[in-house]
Ligand binder design. Structure first.
Ligand SMILES: [Zn+2]
Ligand SMILES: [Zn+2]
Length: 273
């Protein structure tokens, strides 16, 4: 590959250029794994491979290259049974899309990455009125009305204003689970604090991808022991019937991913001008 072509490939998140180091994810590194034997889960048909944090074209905040259908097609290729698309601020879901997923034998569950004071929170099996939730008071009302939703604190202790930080321990009862972000190395790990909090409050600590670039869809995911319907899956997760699949990345891998995401964002901003 020429130097120029390689540079373009990096900028575009080109699948051909990118190696696929995540095709085989080993056993969870975190102690919060729920204790199912790795081999049993890895080969089991009773565990559903789920991705609950991914963005697609049309996301109001992020510039994403792949469409929802492209994401679902790729999800099928890498063996997902269940997907929730979590665009910022709006639920990206339609009957057509649901049927498209169905044909691929994938259960598509409505999801969103909404915000309170600009801080990111995921809602899986989301109802339309979640789009109006912008305070903890409103979240409390939403939660009481929709106990079949799963509220996850997204990347809560990462640097920056979009992370919940102190808001999470203060409002811990409003959260059903905490994200175990893909973005960590053996030495640099902002998940540690989140993991400790999850353990203290007996909350599931879920490995997710926060996928902005398609080949990274299974960079972190969970397998859930449940029947293949949304309420059974949410219930199983709340009862810790899941196993994380994630592993620390090298600093080079993280740098590459973040650079690719940055370039996408940069092109998006330029495109919107
Ligand atoms: Zn986020
Ligand atoms: Zn996200």
């Amino acid at each position: 590959m020429s130097k120029k072509r390689r540079k373009i490939a990096v900028m575009q998140g080109d699948a051909e250029f990118m190696t696929k180091p995540y095709a085989v994810i080993r056993r969870v590194e975190t102690k919060q794994s729920e204790g199912f034997p790795y081999e049993a889960v890895h080969n089991s048909k009773t565990f559903l491979k789920c991705q609950f944090h991914c963005h697609v074209q049309g996301d109001p905040l992020d510039n994403i290259q792949h469409t929802a259908k492209e994401l679902l097609t790729h999800a099928k290729k890498v063996g997902f049974d269940v997907v929730s698309i979590t665009c910022h601020r709006k639920i990206h879901f339609s009957k057509t899309l649901e049927q498209y997923a169905q044909k691929l034998d994938i259960l598509l569950i409505p999801g969103i990455e909404f915000e309170i004071n600009g801080k990111h929170i995921l809602c899986i099996n989301a109802h339309k009125n979640i789009e109006k939730v912008d305070s903890y008071e409103k979240l409390e009302i939403y939660k009481k009305a929709h106990q079949d939703s799963l509220i996850i604190a997204a990347h809560p202790f990462f640097p920056g204003k979009i992370a919940l930080q102190k808001d999470l321990p203060k409002n811990i009862d409003l959260f059903d689970a905490i994200e175990n972000s893909f973005c960590y190395t053996k030495k640099i790990d902002f998940n540690k604090k989140a993991q400790k909090l999850a353990q203290q409050h007996n909350k599931p600590f879920l490995a997710l991808a926060d996928c902005h670039i398609l080949p990274y869809l299974d960079i972190g995911y969970i397998k859930v022991k449940a029947q293949k319907n949304a309420s059974a899956i949410i219930k199983a997760i709340k009862n810790h019937q899941y196993q994380n699949f994630t592993e620390p990345k090298s600093l080079w891998q993280i740098t590459k991913i973040l650079f690719q995401m940055y370039m996408l964002g940069f092109r998006g901003k330029r495109g919107r001008k």
